[in-house]
Design a protein around this ligand. Structure first.
Ligand code: ATP
Length: 230
């Protein structure tokens, strides 16, 4: 098994009748990784694969040195997913309850849950909204809540798919800053925002369900920009 945090060897993903990812081989070991590429190139499918939401059809895959096909439960506890539509991630009636729900699998005492939830709400500027109905929040506040729920579990790996897509500039900056804070987690960030991608240590460029280029971010971004100009 590879020593890289994220390792794929000839991975293919078929969804329904469609081969969506083809022969993906990658070793990703930088703390932050941008995933870029044109619409429909396979980025979200790649993120869902890493997040354990879909399974590979062929090839080998290890994440944090675990095979998701064999250790899905371990990985679920170590990986947090953040998507552009926070509504899909909000399940409990109030803001504080929703964050606490993220800790349900952690077997913590009531006091520790309260402590962790309060600290996370404060960190994401949601302290004053703790008792508010979660579905009444604005889009940006919901995204912060989804992020809060992801981070309260202290994940080793955060997989974020267009986490700033619907946010105003200030909230987008706030969300991005949280993602890039060196809080001990690795980050895989799917984004069309190339300024955001530029903040990552390395980048993967997808095209037609295949890896077109991988490596140091500025080089990959230059390749992508040149490709878009063609
Ligand atoms: N469940 C599915 N069944 C069949 N085809 C799918 C399914 N999910 C995605 N696809 C197809 O796989 C391809 C890649 O989709 P994916 O969402 O991974 O692309 P993307 O790079 O994230 O695109 P975007 O930038 O537009 O979000 C697309 O052609 C899409 O239609």
């Amino acid at each position: 098994m590879s020593a890289a945090a994220i390792h794929l060897d000839s991975v293919g993903v078929r969804l329904g009748e469609v081969d969506v990812l083809h022969d993906v081989s990658l070793d990703l070991d930088t703390r932050t990784v941008a995933v870029i590429g044109e619409n429909g190139s396979g980025k979200s499918t790649f993120a869902r694969l890493l997040g354990g939401l879909i399974a590979r059809t062929s090839g080998d895959l290890s994440i944090l040195r675990f095979d998701p096909a064999k250790h899905a439960r371990v990985l679920r506890r170590r990986i947090a997913l953040v998507f552009s539509n926070p509504d899909a991630q909000i399940v409990m009636p109030t803001v504080a309850e929703d964050v606490a729900f993220s800790l349900r699998a952690e077997r913590l005492g009531r006091d520790e849950i309260t402590e962790r939830v309060d600290a996370a709400l404060d960190r994401f500027g949601l302290g004053a909204l703790a008792e508010r109905p979660s579905h009444d929040l604005s889009g940006g506040q919901k995204q912060l809540l989804a992020l809060c729920g992801a981070f309260v579990r202290r994940p080793d790996l955060v997989i974020a798919d267009e986490p700033t897509a619907y946010l105003d500039a200030r909230n987008a900056r706030r969300v991005a800053d949280h993602l890039f804070e060196s809080a001990g987690h690795r980050l895989v960030l799917v984004t069309h925002d190339l300024a955001l991608a530029a903040r990552c240590d390395s980048a993967v460029l997808f095209g037609d369900g295949r890896v077109r280029a991988v490596g140091e971010t500025s080089r990959i971004l230059a390749e992508y920009e040149a490709m878009l100009e063609c």
